[in-house]
Write a protein that binds this ligand. Structure first.
Ligand code: ATP
Length: 368
């Protein structure tokens, strides 16, 4: 069997990058086209097309019922679409029999919100389980499982049972198990949703590390925008079984185009202060502007220059500069007096001239 040789240097082997087949580098790890899946009258996936590039971390976000779980189940062959193609490393898996799906499922590791560990098995046996199913010898699978426990920082827990582990440790075991058969693709279904913020950060750091060191492509489904923002390279927004917005994380997070994305990201982007938002009206002496800007010079004084450039009657309400994957992005709110009439236009023209996106959010009466 290929890919099961174990060397005498566990860590080196565990960290070795996944070797793609010749020519596979250009093939996306996942390519979906025109995938539909209905349950009675509900179209859970609706003519969905999506490509996952090799080596990337793709976050899939969407409201409850958007079709995220159905999508992930289609990717690992647990759900059959009514129509469309699902290619895993170039092979269409739609229509394959269970036995034909087995080797493809081995290329896909899966981690879950509630870890799904076997309570009657030790940590090392949990990690080795997929290898047992794949027919590895006892010695080989134990050696591989120990390498992976080393990779996830749990060498000292090999003989423990899951009940003796914390949530974060259980998820590390889940990650080690998912990686045991050297998958090309790791599917993460709300893997940090049951963890506290500190443990979440540690698990995300581990996932990013694994992605970079092993070259494993990661698709993560989550309702936690912070997760995508922290480790995602790209993000796809799902609504009613379709992708409604897709792009690099820093780009989508700094300039979300659809109302759905704006609403999903409201917790991780500066928002209009509540005392102003509650008073927004179609009339009032002050116009409220929302401004989004991405520019490498933002961190080098551009932000201060912009504020300096504005007339003294324009007030900065709230916002600032953030960094998403080292890209400085600014989002802020201004009030501009409605009179003189040309002022709002002058301010808007200036901000647009430096490539900011400016939105008139409404009016408020003084005092703001
Ligand atoms: N086995 C099923 N039988 C009937 N309806 C289903 C089934 N699976 C999913 N659905 C429906 O398909 C739609 C998409 O469901 P899905 O579970 O994929 O959404 P989701 O985005 O994962 O939601 P959540 O975030 O709440 O888990 C929903 O309307 C759901 O009720």
């Amino acid at each position: 069997m290929t890919g099961r040789n174990v060397t005498s240097q566990p860590s080196a082997t565990a960290f070795a990058a996944v070797d793609p087949a010749p020519g596979a580098l250009e093939t996306p790890v996942v390519a979906l086209s025109g995938v539909s899946r209905s349950f009675g009258p509900t179209r859970a996936l609706d003519d969905l097309s999506l490509t996952v590039r090799r080596g990337e971390i793709l976050g899939i976000i969407g409201r409850s019922g958007a079709g995220k779980s159905t999508l992930i189940r289609c990717l690992n062959g647990l759900e059959r679409p009514d129509s469309g193609r699902i290619e895993i490393e170039g092979r269409n898996i739609v229509g394959l029999s269970e036995s034909e799906l087995q080797p493809i499922r081995r290329k896909i590791g899966m981690i879950f919100q509630h870890f799904n560990l076997m309570s009657a098995k030790t940590v090392v046996d949990n990690v080795a389980l997929p290898l047992k199913i794949a027919g590895w010898s006892k010695a080989e699978r134990r050696a591989r499982a120990l390498e992976l426990l080393d990779l996830v920082g749990l060498s000292d827990k090999a003989g423990a049972y899951p009940s003796a582990l914390s949530g974060g440790q259980k998820q590390r075991v889940g990650i080690a198990r998912a990686l045991s058969a050297r998958p090309a693709l790791l599917l993460s279904d709300e893997a940090t949703s049951a963890l506290d913020p500190e443990t979440t950060r540690a698990i995300l750091t581990l996932l990013k590390d694994i992605n970079r060191k092993l070259g494993v492509t990661v698709v993560l489904i989550t309702h936690e925008m912070e997760v995508v923002r922290t480790i995602g390279d790209r993000v796809a927004v799902l609504e009613a079984g379709r992708i409604v917005e897709e792009g690099e994380v820093w780009h989508v997070f700094s300039d979300p185009k659809t109302e759905l994305t704006q609403s999903l990201l409201s917790g991780v982007r500066p928002q209009l202060p509540a005392h102003v938002a509650s008073r927004l009206a179609t009339d009032g002496q002050e116009v409220v502007l929302g401004v989004d800007l991405t520019d490498p010079a933002l961190g080098d004084g551009l932000f201060v220059d912009i504020l300096d450039h504005l007339p003294a009657t324009v007030h900065f309400l709230h916002g600032g500069i953030d960094h998403i994957h080292d890209q400085p992005v600014a989002r802020f709110f201004l009030t501009v007096p409605r009179e003189p009439a040309a002022l709002v236009e002058d301010v808007t023209t200036y901000l647009r001239s430096i490539n900011a996106r400016v939105e008139v959010l409404g009016h408020v009466s003084r005092p703001v």
